[in-house]
Design a protein around this ligand. Sequence first.
Ligand code: 8X3
Length: 250
Amino acid sequence: MLVVVTGASTGFGYHISKLLVEHGHKVIGVARREDKLAELKNELKDQFYPLVIDMTELDSIATKLESLPEDFKIDKIDALVNNAGLALGLASADKASLDDWYRMIDTNIKGLVTITHVLLPYFVKNNKGTIINMGSVAGNYPYPGANVYGGTKAFVEQFSLNLRADLAGYNIRVTNIEPGLCGGTEFSLVRFHGDQNKADNVYDGVKALSPEDIANTVDWILALPEHVNVNRIELMPVMQSFNGFNVVKK
Ligand code: 8X3
C-alpha cells in the first residue's frame, strides 16, 4: 500500500511510518520539520517520501500532494493516516489561551479536513481507500481542561462517522482511533508548552500506552480484509479508567 501519514516526524507518526515501511508499505511522511523528516528518510530509505507541509498552511496541502513524484503519485495513494494534531494547555476554559484554541482548531480540524478533502476524489475515482483518523478518548469523555482539545477530537469522531455515511457504496474505509493516556511522545511536553516536569508528572507511576501500541493498531486496521471497516476503536492503558460525575456541594 501507499500510505500518507501526517505528523510523521515524531511520536505516533514516526512509529506508524516505521512499522508500515517494515511491513512492506510505502509511506509519504508529512510533517512541518524538514530536518526530522530528513532523519526519517535516512532511516527508512526508498520506501519513504518526506513531504514538508505545515498542516496549518491550508493552501499548500493540495499543491504539495499534487506535485508528488511518479512512485508516490497522488492517484496511487491507498490510505491516509490523519495523525497530525496537538493539545495545547490544560487550563480551565475561562483561563485558557485563545491562541492555543485557534491553533488546535487549525491543526486538529482544519488541517485534517483539508487533506481529507484533497485525497477523497482520488479514493472515490479508484473506488478504494482507507482513512484512519487520530481521535482521542478526550472526544468521548469530558475532563477538566480538555475544553477545545476534547472538542476537536469529538469533531474528528463525528466527521469520521459522517464520512462513512457519505461514502456508502464505495469501497472506502474510515476508522477513528481513540487513544487514552499514551507515553513516549512529545504530546504532554507540547501541551504544557515545554514544561518537562509537568509533562513527566503525567506518566509518573503509570504504565501508559506506547506509540508502538498505536502503530500496531494502524497496521492491524490496514491489514484487515477490504470488506471490514472498524468504525471506532478506543484504547486505554489498564491503569486508566473512569471517575464519577463531579458534584460541587454548597
Ligand atoms: C490524549 C489522551 O487522556 O490526554 O488524547 O486526553 S488524553
